[in-house]
Design a protein. Structure first.
Length: 299
């Protein structure tokens, strides 16, 4: 594992994310040892096995402290997504505890946080997350509209353990993620599931989505987000190539359908997304769960 020193660590987004509401992103690691085959960070930079090329941003907390002090002074509060291009609770976190240091720093400066993870290691940091939830200051335009300072979002692309093991080889199984979320909910946290990406013809049917949404609700989810799959590239470690290998192994009969769906762009056509959004809205309404983090989309 490589350790690196960074000059900057907090990324300000040009525009707030419509779904996750984050204004900032923050990544303790470069690369991700969970090795999801569909991951958008895939490519030659990290290679096929991203565990081998993982880098630890050793001085990250110190740099973050400076950057957050500057932003807080200017009242530039906003939700920080931790993380957007890695999982904040990789195995390396047991040794380096960078995410924990980041959360301490975030708490000191009273920024709100969005945790995006697949790991049960988040339970280790519930003490800090509870405090952040209590004291965080939101961006001026969100004050009064959203009161939770910590959002804990668990990523899921399928409920099927065999498919998840093949596609997300370094991640805990979906049932474990649900159980972890339930523990966070029982600890009083605001939690949800982001079914992003759902897998075309595999986990995007009405039946499969119903199962995922029901499972999320049964495990205490406050909200659900559902989004499609993007596949890039033609090199050996690109997501499109790795995903095709997964299809060849597990779902060879679906290859022609995928060819059609990803014929022109790295994502399915607009009609696919529109139909998925309509279906997600209807199912969330029927099952009785919020289809988004903010209250505005309550059924
Ligand atoms: S956990 Fe997230 S960042 Fe890591 S490989 Fe999977 S999709 Fe990519």
């Amino acid at each position: 594992m490589k350790t690196i020193l960074v000059k900057s660590i907090l990324n300000k987004k040009k525009k707030r994310d419509n779904w996750f509401l984050d204004d900032y992103t923050l990544n303790p690691y470069e690369g991700c040892s969970m090795n999801c085959q569909y991951c958008y960070i895939r490519g030659s930079k990290y290679g096929e096995n991203m565990a081998e090329t993982l880098s630890v941003k050793l001085n990250g907390a110190e740099v973050l402290d400076r950057q957050l002090a500057f932003r807080a002074k200017k009242d530039q509060y906003g939700i920080i997504a931790l993380a957007s291009a890695t999982d904040p609770y990789l195995r390396a976190e047991e040794k380096y505890r960078l995410t924990r240091q980041f959360l301490e720093t975030i708490l000191n400066h009273r920024f709100p946080v969005l945790m995006i993870t697949k790991s049960e290691m988040i339970l280790r940091d519930l003490d800090l997350l509870k405090e952040i939830d209590r004291v965080a200051v939101h961006a001026a335009d969100l004050r009064g509209k959203f009161t939770r300072g910590a959002i804990l979002s668990f990523s899921m692309s399928t409920l099927d353990p065999a498919i998840a093991s093949a596609l997300e080889p370094g991640a805990p199984l979906p049932q474990q993620r649900l159980e972890t979320m339930q523990k966070c909910k029982e600890a009083g946290m605001f939690v949800g599931v982001n079914c992003i990406p759902v897998l075309p013809f595999i986990s995007d049917s009405e039946e499969q989505l119903t199962k995922m949404i029901r499972a999320a609700k049964e495990h205490g989810a406050d909200y659900i987000l559902i989004g499609g799959l993007t596949l890039f590239g033609s090199q050996p470690s690109d997501s499109k190539v790795l995903y095709r290998k997964f299809l060849e192994r597990k779902f060879p009969h679906l290859i022609p359908d995928y060819k059609k769906l990803y014929r022109i762009y790295p994502y399915p056509p607009q009609e696919y997304h529109a139909a998925l959004a309509v279906l997600a809205t209807r199912l969330c309404r029927e099952i009785g769960i919020r289809n988004g983090i903010l209250d505005v989309s309550l059924p």
